[in-house]
Design a protein around this ligand. Sequence first.
Ligand code: PMT
Length: 412
Amino acid sequence: MWKGKTIVLGVTGGIACFKAAALCSKLAQTGAEVRVIMTESATKFVAPLTFQTLSRHDVIVDTFDEKDASVVSHIDLADRADLVVVAPATANMIAKMAHGLADDMLSTTLLATTAPILVAPAMNVHMYAHPAVQANMQTLRERGVQFVEPGEGQLACGYVGKGRLAEPEELMVAIGRQLQPRPQPLSGRHVLVTAGGTIERIDPVRYITNDSSGKMGFAIAEAAREMGARVTLVKAKTTATPPGGVDIVEVSSAQEMLDAVQSRFADVDVVIKAAAVADYRPAEIADRKIKKKDNTLTLTLVKNPDIVQWLGEHKKHQFIVQFAAETNDAEQYALDKVRRKKSDLLVLNDVTVPGAGFGTDTNVVRLYDAAGLVRELPLMDKREVARELLELVAGRINDRKRDTPEDSGRDR
Ligand code: PMT
């Protein structure tokens, strides 16, 4: 697992740098190639020579200190890394990563790498709890950066609380987990995910929409990519950051979403309809801003095409997953929808349950097929919900016999 891997260890300026030295030593003992990048402030706590001796490689601090004329070192390290670990990560480095700053060797490498990134924060308890730090960490989580939570206890600044760098042993376990080859049960499959809320125009400045942030759909797209699928993300209006490594198709209205899904349908294996699609749209879109006149204004709405219904009616080999956001009689509506629309699975979120549904980072879902309840999941991060859902989907499609009429003739 370790041999032949290049781990870039980024060390930023905090008293916990001494633990990074112990981590560097443990990493080097595994046989992995450990390349250390330090920030200027980190060198005030521990000398680069310590890391050079432990890693048996030059330590880079200055972006412009190019030792090998044949490569540009920050790009070279960024490309060669199998994993970048930032330990300890200061509030400042986390902020730079969240905002895409690249003003030193480490932040530049972090911006240039496509390798997984593992961050182990260490700072004062109040700094760690500060909304700015928490918001920056959330931004990074949404981009797929993994964190090793700091421990609680006596901090070097005198406070007692959360903020100590995780112990080197715990960091080694987290690093080992990152390097382990992940199962790819969706390898060779094309997964299309819809996310966000559709926009139904009233006039050039107004529209009807809903509260979908896109977080659920994005989590599914990202998990599908990690499980080996080629992913197309049909994205309506969202507020979250979409994942990288997927093909994004921007749409606005339900009709545009239908067109985008229909034109790709023959080529996909799985469709997951996490988007919140408007059931109705204004019968007419005014080409000029509607002026305020009477005390009431009546808009006539007409029914939108039902995308899931169309998919259910036209599916051949495709596996269809629909969502349902309900506020009452949830199970009854869920069972009616999965049967009537002929989808293979339905993910029910009762949006009246705290932590479930629109805008949250978590969800509480129940999964149904036409026969009834398949699985009930507790409150979970949307990423975990996405993995559970896709593992079930992968199991079901991989169990299908290749010689069934639906699957025959498919060239994978
Ligand atoms: O984006 P987030 O903030 O993370 O929130 C996630 C979510 C709550 C939006 C998501 O988990 C969810 O429940 N999405 C479906 C919301 C919805 O539109 O539910 P529905 O019960 O109205 O529709 C049922 C299914 O039919 C959905 O898969 C929907 O995409 C689909 N539909 C609906 C109307 C329509 N005209 N065509 C459709 O295909």
